[in-house]
Design a protein around this ligand. Sequence first.
Ligand code: ACO
Length: 315
Amino acid sequence: MRIIGTGSALPKKIVTNQMLSEFLDTSDEWITTRTGIKSRHVISDEKIEDLGVEAVTKALEMSGLGVKDIDLFIVSNVVSEQVTPGMSCVVAEKIGLSCPMFDINCACPGFVYALDMAEAYYKAGKVRNVLIACIEEPSRMPSWNDRSTCVLFGDGAGAVVLTEGDNIKGTKLNAQPDTDKLYMTRTLEPTPFVTKAETSIPLQMKGREVFRFAVEACTHGVKSLLDEVGIKKEDVSWFMVHQANKRIIDSIIDFMQVPAERFPINIQERGNSSSASCPILLDECNRKGMFKKGDIIVLSAFGAGLLSGAAVLEW
Ligand code: ACO
């Protein structure tokens, strides 16, 4: 397939490190040096699905396609107020889309998983045009009394439209199931029969272990994918890596021995927006005119699960 449209949308509320230090025992200096984040956009009075609608509308406008042209709609979403029907149905209703659709919850690498699925449907001859949207509000997952997690996240939505083509050169997905490193739980409605204890636990993270996993999963995943498709790292124009933490990206650059200029980043002003981070970055770079026809772009993301994935495409 080939990407012919990108779009993104962010909540209007910008929260700076300074604002966090007014109610948390933290500082701009700590957050900046440990994460690279200076500010992030977080949900206030918006509904996250409306940001999804905005991102999707922009991507469709750029692609020149209309809702009737889309054969499959995949939404990546971890949490939202909506439990059922899925976020894909909520967004589709608002934009008048009625093709087959489904949600996936693959945490931060959701965009790469969705690309892999789109390509598989395309290769099976079932679709010509696919719409992917990553619609995420991770700021609603941690406790805002927990300074080690809540400072990391920002919300937003990113979308792409794909059509026929052989520009996706390869994808590689990986799983190392380990649900103790990064998780959140919610209670369900009680019934007269449930006797087990259930608790709502805000996002818990073993930061250092997640850090190590992220660096290893990205460097190994990207290397083995490039080897598989026969592309040298020197020939990659852009490495679009999940914006989780600037220090994770710096370590990846060190391990991979690739010039830092080829790793665009927006984490300073976006924070970690889960699976939306890659398509938001992709859209921002695209709208700045950074990509030239023929550029080789690597996407890589990692997160809860522990899941990770990489994709290589030609622009
Ligand atoms: N402000 C000030 N101090 C803090 C803060 C904060 N916001 N958060 C933690 N600290 C303190 C800790 O309490 C601890 O204090 P102590 O030594 O008195 O116990 C000290 O700072 C060091 O804490 P560590 O957790 O060891 O700090 P570390 O250097 O590992 O940095 C961080 C923490 C930034 C979370 C890092 O581990 C990390 O980036 N991990 C990757 C995880 C990640 O990016 N997750 C995102 C979600 S998952 C994903 O998208 C991959």
